[in-house]
Design a protein around this ligand. Structure first.
Ligand code: ADP
Ligand code: ZN
Ligand code: ZN
Length: 733
């Protein structure tokens, strides 16, 4: 008797057993390969499952097993190395294996459909079409034209070529209905990529490139710590060039926002190759095509955001993770993986080199360098003569602020524009103001569903919750005392923009935040406009700080540096140092020397002084020492188990029982803290609570996490409680 053991996408962390499909003989069953997809009944639904093993027995009685419905693949679509990675990730992150499998596949394959031969869709003549007399179809000139185009062309024609000749889809469908043409996919020959010449490297770059090359084609993890504008991207491009020359594919990860058209353009200019781009704005069909191109090897370069780390590759040769410190590499819901860490594991499994690059590397990566696990490469100088910008605090105590700007800052902007240069103002809060208050009774507008205030968005006349997305119209009077004296408190980008427009009337002003940049081409259009180099003011949130290259910017100002100073998270200072260094890095990237002004009420704050007087590299090493004292990551291991429940008390009760059950068997070196309410306890109508696990070693953290998960699965989940585990979480306090 044979039993098929499957991974099924479901929250249950265990495999499921099925009987082979009806009518399958034992030779056929014996030839089933692990990793293939099968269609199976699951509860009342039919789902796609993935074969883990063919077994001879089951823990379930045979009579309780259902037969699988259909074998979908003869051979697995995913190579064994990637399957191995998937199993590693499910284990390490304690996530259900079936759901991890699901992340490997684009939607159509998850839904059980078949792959399409890679290529672009097009049309070709049928046998009947080929036999059609020359002067047929006189009544339909468009149809005749399509036929004659196909006759002239040896093979088939891509759809866009018809379109540009004025032949519509309807014309083609009519010809298909007459049995004259049929759809097909056109395989562009796998062309040798053309690698255009790169820049002549400077001495530092040369050293870095040689070090990576000398380490060979096998697994090695390099951390490239290079100040902003030091030519990291040029190193990536040259390494990718070498990789393509060896006939291998390169996978490049970029942060969500960093996937700017600018980066892509640089890649396209260097390589006349098939570059598959994977990011969140693709349609399912586009995503599938890019995935298939990567899997089949027709795409020589794959560039993508977080989830692209799970893209199958026919001939992997190099992995690059740009801005490796970026928090967007950590998925914050469902399958909570770190794409950077998965990338390192993937390179190890494939036996290929990986390069992590950043001006502000994460403490995790620096720690790995110090421990000898990663090789350290450095670029300490900018390629331009502008040099590193000068950072200075602007004391705003007792100063009059207009739109959040002090007189000194306004003067600095005036000077910059006067010199024909650009100014970039950073304010990490969108909307008009974070608080709406009644001046008569003190009422404050709060979200109904979250423990949070509503942000005023004046342009759209709405109050919005930045946590659950809920929104209301802006009230005309106080709901409590009906006073009309409603006032705003605090500062957002809309408010600063209003001031700039009145004070700097006539100068171009660009606001860049997720409200103003909703369309996906908006950022590209803006970057093009700014790169014309005309004097202007840029005002934006974090969106503006990532990876963009604006050569005309000579002044950068942080409007509210204090907002960065008082974070309660254990990564707060690391994040601040990264952010300030990255923001500052936007200044003076070309020949103009840059300066950076930080508006603050605490010019003597030690953190701020450290930011201004020491390099990121030094600060990072100081922060690492602090983490060693507190046992926080990367010095120690951290895991968090969270609950999310409509009932205010049950989450805490659940975690308390979990703690009591787990405590006696906790491995040495592991410690539980909590349950504690989350910093914002109520969000989108759910009460959130957490249990922290700290451990002195990875082994202890993993053993303790397994114990917690096993115990949590046995506890009853009443009142709609949901729990999740987060290994190496980003934020906890
Ligand atoms: P990073 O990725 O470290 O921010 P980039 O690779 O974008 O730096 O380089 C910054 C600028 O310097 C770019 O305009 C790039 O074209 C230029 N650049 C990089 N390397 C060289 C070089 N060896 N010679 C001249 N210019 C260079
Ligand atoms: Zn009131
Ligand atoms: Zn809310």
């Amino acid at each position: 008797m044979s039993v098929l053991r499957l991974a099924i996408p479901s929250p249950l962390r265990r495999p499921f057993d099925y009987l082979p499909p009806r009518g399958m003989n034992s030779a056929e069953i014996g030839s089933l390969q692990t990793g293939i997809r099968l269609r199976v009944p699951f509860g009342r639904r039919e789902v796609t499952g993935y074969l883990l093993a063919v077994c001879s027995e089951s823990a379930m009685p045979m009579s309780a097993l259902k037969p699988a419905l259909e074998v979908l693949d003869q051979v697995p679509l995913i190579d064994p190395q990637l399957l191995k990675l998937c199993h590693w990730a499910a284990d390490y992150y304690h996530h259900p294996l079936g759901e991890v499998y699901n992340t490997l596949f684009p939607k159509r394959l998850r839904e059980g459909r078949q792959t399409q031969a890679p290529g672009t869709p097009g049309w070709r003549l049928t046998a009947r079409g080929k036999g059609l007399p020359g002067e047929a179809l006189p009544k339909s000139p468009r149809q005749a034209q399509a036929i004659s185009m196909l006759r002239q062309e040896e093979h088939a024609i891509e759809i866009p070529a018809f379109r540009s000749s004025g032949i519509s889809a309807a014309v083609l469908r009519n010809l298909q209905a007459k049995g004259l043409i049929e759809p097909c996919t056109i395989n562009k020959h796998l062309q040798e990529p053309v690698i255009n010449p790169g820049l002549k490297l400077n001495a530092e770059q040369e050293t870095v490139l040689n070090a990576v090359t000398a380490a060979g084609e096998g697994f090695c993890c390099h951390l490239l710590e290079g100040v902003t504008g030091s030519g990291k991207t040029e190193i990536y491009l040259q390494l990718i060039g070498d990789c393509l020359r060896r006939g291998r594919q390169a996978l490049v990860l970029v942060p969500e926002i960093g996937l700017t058209p600018q980066t892509l353009t640089r890649f396209q200019q260097r390589f006349e190759a098939n570059i598959a781009v994977l990011h969140s704005a693709l349609s399912d069909a586009q995503r599938y095509l890019a995935w298939e191109a990567a899997r089949s090897g027709t795409a020589q370069i794959v560039i993508g955001t977080r989830s692209a780390i799970f893209t199958p590759l026919a001939t992997p040769g190099l992995i690059i993770v740009d801005e490796e410190h970026d928090s967007s590499y950590k998925q914050q819901d469902r399958f909570r993986y770190s794409a950077r860490d998965v990338a390192v594991k993937r390179a190890q499994i494939h036996g290929c080199p990986i390069l992590l690059g950043s001006a502000t590397p994460s403490l995790e990566s620096i720690q790995n360098v110090l421990a000898g696990r990663y090789r350290h490469l450095q670029l300490t100088r900018r390629t331009s003569s502008g040099g590193m910008p000068d950072l200075r605090a602007l004391d705003v105590r007792r100063q009059k602020l207009q739109g959040g700007l002090s007189g000194d800052l306004i003067a600095a902007i005036e000077d910059t524009l006067g010199l024909g240069q650009q100014a970039l103002l950073f304010l990490n809060r969108r909307g008009y103001a974070p608080t709406l208050q009644c001046h008569d009774c003190g009422w404050v507008a709060e979200c109904q569903a979250c423990d949070a205030r509503l942000t005023i968005h004046r342009r759209r006349r709405r109050l919005r919750c930045h946590h659950c997305g809920g929104s209301n119209t802006l009230p005309g009077q106080c709901p409590q005392c009906h006073s009309e004296r409603l006032v705003s408190a605090g500062l957002g980008t809309e408010q600063t923009e209003d001031f700039l427009r009145s004070h700097f009337a006539g100068w171009p002003i660009f606001r860049v935040d997720s409200d103003s940049m909703q369309s996906k081409d908006a950022m590209q259009a803006l970057a093009e406009e700014i790169n014309k180099g005309e004097p202007c003011i840029l005002l934006g949130t974090q969106m503006l700080t990532k990876g963009h290259h604006f050569p005309g910017v000579s002044l950068v100002a942080v409007i509210d540096a204090d907002a960065l100073l008082f974070s309660t998270d254990f990564r707060g200072e690391e994040r601040m140092a990264q952010l300030l260094t990255q923001v500052a890095g936007r200044a003076g990237r070309a020949e103009i020397p840059g300066r950076v002004l930080l508006q603050t009420h605490y010019p003597d704050h030690p953190t701020l002084i450290a930011m201004m007087s020491t390099s990121y590299a030094q600060q990072a090493r100081t922060l690492l020492k602090l983490r060693q004292e507190t046992g926080m990551p990367p010095a120690g291991q951290l895991v968090v188990l969270r609950t999310d429940c409509p009932n205010a008390e049950y989450g805490e009760q659940f975690l308390q029982s979990l703690r009591e059950r787990s405590a006696p068997r906790l491995p040495d070196g592991a410690r539980l803290i909590g349950p504690l309410p989350s910093p914002m306890q109520r969000r989108a109508g759910k009460y959130r609570c957490q249990l922290l696990l700290t451990a002195s070693s990875r082994g202890a953290a993993q053993a303790a996490a397994s114990l917690l998960v096993a115990n949590a699965e046995e506890l009853p989940t009443r009142h709609g409680l949901k729990w999740s585990i987060d290994i190496d979480p980003q934020d906890v306090f």
